[in-house]
Ligand binder design. Structure first.
Ligand code: FMN
Length: 185
């Protein structure tokens, strides 16, 4: 197991009473290099160390990641005063690629969480400010529901506790092995 994964597991455990500690910022770029950043919910780590996020293929991040798979996740744990910056290659999985994965993540959502995917096209104007209607059947995942797998190739870890602070780089080499180096903060 990569050293950063052990650390991240500990950070999550230390902050388990704080739901907001499961949010991180995901930055993407469009084809012109213009950056976009938004908050997402951490949905776990796959056996092969990919960060898992759920999303919607109708959102801008889908278009951006389709054009530029390289992205960065930035995660701050306020309780332990740790920051992780994950450089990643993103893959978007829909039911066409892996129905079982889609169904598994859809099943984990609450009804309220599922209904959010049936409010209509994200980013389009609302109809006179009327309450949003749920369109469709939420017992099955809609085709725009997707899982984003973030394949990490670099981790820049910073711990603000202590003086001096502690910073460490983890890099995945060409052979897939993780190389770690403590660096000046
Ligand atoms: C606390 C919080 C958690 C969020 N989690 C997710 C998430 O897991 N997946 C997602 O697609 N959007 C999530 N969002 C909404 C995104 O931040 C964003 O507003 C939306 O996905 C549209 O982004 P885009 O147009 O850049 O694609 C979350 C927002 C907040 C405030």
């Amino acid at each position: 197991m990569p050293q950063w994964r052990t650390g991240l597991t500990k950070s999550l455990h230390a902050s388990r009473s704080m739901p907001e500690s499961r949010y991180f910022q995901l930055a993407t770029a469009d084809k012109d290099g213009v950056p976009y950043c938004r908050t997402v919910v951490y949905r776990g780590l796959s056996d092969d160390n990919k960060l898992i996020v759920i999303s919607d293929t109708r959102t801008e991040k889908y278009n951006q990641l389709s054009q530029q798979a390289k992205a960065q996740g930035c995660w701050y744990f306020s309780k332990t005063r740790e920051q992780y910056r994950f450089s990643v290659n993103a893959t978007i999985v829909t039911e066409n690629e892996d129905r079982a994965l889609i169904e598994a993540h859809w099943a984990k959502l609450s009804d309220a969480g599922k209904k959010q995917f049936l409010w209509g096209d994200p980013g389009t104007p609302r109809n006179n400010g009327l309450p949003l209607q749920i369109a469709g059947d939420y017992s099955v995942a809609p085709e725009h529901f997707c899982v984003i797998l973030l394949d990490i190739f670099n981790v820049d870890y910073l711990n603000l506790r202590g003086n001096p602070q502690y910073r460490e780089l983890h890099r995945r080499d060409e052979m897939g092995n993780w190389v770690s180096q403590s660096i000046v903060p």
